[in-house]
Design a protein. Structure first.
Length: 229
């Protein structure tokens, strides 16, 4: 009996240590779901007005690359960052850790992040700057999707998300070197097909002769078999 009671006690302690399924892993010790929601609401109250600067459309030669910059600034008297022509701005709430993503709508386009994915903004006038290297393998018109998030500290919880994401137009224009390479590849392919057709045509006569000889041999065998019978 004592062993059974002890076993039940150990089981209860193990379940208590594991916690209830579905609990938030990042709530912290002694924090409930209500505490978490209250902290999110409180942190959102302390966000700052920010301005997101970006280029709405860019152009790059096929096979080349360009550097695409995005600047997020907390508004204030200390903010003196100049905005280039053809760069648009969008209002966004900031404060704490900032993150940004740039994705392409085609596998032919690559956007490689050159800066830190997450950057802090602690007060008015401070900025976060993201840079990507954008390149493409084929000419055409594509779209890049820009998303910016204000995180709650170092967690993955979002206090503010850019919604809807920004669509950036990407024009990839052709070049003479790419045209020459494409034409050369096409010529190589056409030459290979032509060579295969020539080979097939050259083999046609021997194959026809072989088929004819086999037919005649089969005919002779049939005639000899009929004469024997």
């Amino acid at each position: 009996m004592r062993r059974s009671i002890a076993a039940c006690g150990c089981l209860l302690l193990l379940l208590a240590a594991c916690g209830v399924p579905g609990d938030e892993k990042d709530l912290g010790p002694g924090r409930s779901q209500a505490d978490l929601l209250a902290s999110i609401v409180n942190d959102r109250k302390h966000l700052l007005d920010g301005s997101l600067s970006y280029a709405p459309s860019v152009s790059v030669p096929v096979g080349g690359s360009l550097r695409y910059d995005v600047v997020l600034t907390a508004r204030g008297e200390k903010s003196r960052r100049a905005v280039r022509m053809a760069v648009q701005t969008r209002v966004f709430r900031v404060g704490g850790m900032q993150g940004a993503r740039l994705t392409a709508d085609s596998q032919k386009v690559r956007a490689v992040l050159l800066s830190e994915a997450r950057q802090p903004i602690a007060g008015p006038g401070e900025s976060a700057v993201w840079q990507w290297s954008v390149s493409a393998d084929e000419p055409g018109d594509y779209e890049l999707g820009l998303t910016v998030i204000t995180y709650q500290g170092e967690t993955g919880r979002a206090l503010e998300t850019l919604n809807p994401p920004i669509d950036v137009r990407l024009n990839v224009h052709d070049t003479w070197s790419h045209r020459f390479t494409s034409m050369r590849d096409w010529l190589f392919t056409a030459a290979g097909i032509a060579g295969a057709l020539v080979g097939i045509y050259a083999l046609r006569a021997p194959l026809a002769e072989l088929v004819r000889e086999r037919r005649e041999a089969r005919k002779r065998r049939d005639e000899s078999r009929d004469g024997y019978l």
